[in-house]
Design a protein around this ligand. Structure first.
Ligand code: PLP
Length: 387
């Protein structure tokens, strides 16, 4: 049996590979500490679970949902955009419910990219930006993204022949995996660039609620002219500890939102209405759970950054996200170093190379593990590194 040509160019999904290795060790009874995937370890807040318990009993929720999402949910998303960022988006035409933001990001390519086209992605970023391009038999141009430039992807270096065939530029700040944040001037530059070159600017704002030391991430849609070229993706996964629920939304430029909707109409039949009701309760209910979550991650961030510095591992204090982006010692590739930690210390970290070409030389450490396990992991790392 012959699979599609594009699959030959698809690297195995990073986390699926890591899970396999973890499961093999666990099956042998090994105590593995996972600082790999960014999957919150705390439960979904009770008022959201309660809303779900109520919603699941309503027979009307047992039928097919509205393709674009229930208007009540889309209105809650629109109200959130207004309240949180001062951004107006029409729930009827400029908001689309998604089954988690991953699928929506991947399906955006189907709506905008033809075989042979280019997608512009940060050279360190969420793998789905380039994976979605590969699935469309399109190319990815990785925009340089250097530590000395604050991990802001540099779109001024894109060659003309790539630019003329580029359809989407992906950016995502607060950034997974580097924890970098972007300011208004950077967003303005990106918007002007994408308008000039007729490129859709897709901004992934999955981590907008996770900021430290008072940092509050903006929406790109706050910026002037953003709606002329931008679609932005939001997720309830990290903001409300809802990774398993699979719910998010896309909003912004109407043409982009509607085109993505057309793709999704033909691929899925929407997200379970009860989940949309619970997500509505999350967006409209008390928000102190977010402050609590940020305080928890901030404490863990401080704990692990200090512990890593103490064993001579270089890393910066991130202002946002649930990740610490750390330099690996000389003499290893990031994959070799991650494998060494897994095999010798039984600690899972993610090799930076899995996030794109300039991720080489780094590992990503997730803060979604209790304090004592984080410290135990650094202790084991120290031993494995002979420090
Ligand atoms: C940068 C980024 N975008 C999007 C997602 C997708 O999240 P979800 O599909 O759970 O909404 C993730 C998940 O880790 C992410 O890190």
């Amino acid at each position: 049996m012959k699979t599609a040509e594009c699959l030959n160019h698809m690297a195995p999904y990073l986390f699926a590979q890591i899970d396999k290795k973890r499961d093999a060790l666990k099956a042998k009874g090994v105590d593995v500490i996972s600082l790999g995937i960014g999957d919150p370890d705390m439960p979904t807040p009770t008022h959201i679970v309660d809303a779900m318990a109520e919603a699941i009993r309503k027979p009307s929720n047992h039928q097919y949902p509205d393709y674009a999402g229930a208007i009540e949910y889309r209105t809650a998303c629109s109200n959130y955009m207004k309240k949180r960022f001062g951004v107006e988006v029409d729930p009827e035409t400029e908001v689309l419910a998604c089954i988690g933001s991953k699928e929506a990001i991947a399906h955006l390519h189907t709506a905008f990219v033809n075989p042979g086209d280019y997608v512009l992605a940060p050279s360190i970023g969420y793998p789905v930006y380039s994976g979605g391009a590969t699935l469309q038999s399109a190319h990815t141009y990785f925009m340089p993204m250097k530590e000395e430039n604050g991990f802001l992807a540099d779109f001024s270096a894109i060659p003309e022949d790539v630019l003329s065939r580029a359809k989407i530029m992906f950016l995502g700040y607060p950034n997974n995996p580097t924890g970098a944040v972007a300011d208004e001037a950077y967003f303005d530059k990106a918007i002007a660039f994408c308008i000039e070159h007729d490129i859709l600017l897709a901004h992934d704002n999955a981590y907008c609620e996770i900021g430290f030391d008072g940092y509050r991430a903006p929406s790109i849609l706050e910026r002037p002219h953003a709606k002329e070229c931008c679609i932005e993706f939001f997720s309830l996964s990290k903001a409300y500890n809802m990774t398993g629920w699979r719910i998010g939304w896309a909003c912004g430029n109407e043409i982009a939102v509607q085109a993505l909707g057309t793709v999704k109409n033909n691929l899925d039949s929407g997200q379970f209405n009860a989940i949309q009701e619970a997500a509505t309760a999350a967006l409209e209910g008390p928000q102190d759970c977010i402050a609590d979550m940020c305080a928890l991650y901030q404490r863990r961030r401080d704990l692990i950054v200090d512990a890593l510095h103490a064993i001579g591992v270089e890393c910066k204090m991130p202002q946002a996200t649930i990740y610490v982006w750390a330099k690996i010692p000389e003499g290893f590739t990031s994959e070799e170093f991650a494998t060494k930690l897994l095999e010798e210390a039984h600690v899972i970290v993610t090799p930076g190379s899995g996030y794109g070409p300039e991720g080489e030389g780094y590992i990503r450490i997730s803060l979604t593990t209790p304090d004592d396990r984080l410290l135990e992991a650094v202790k084991r790392m120290k031993e494995s590194m002979g420090r």
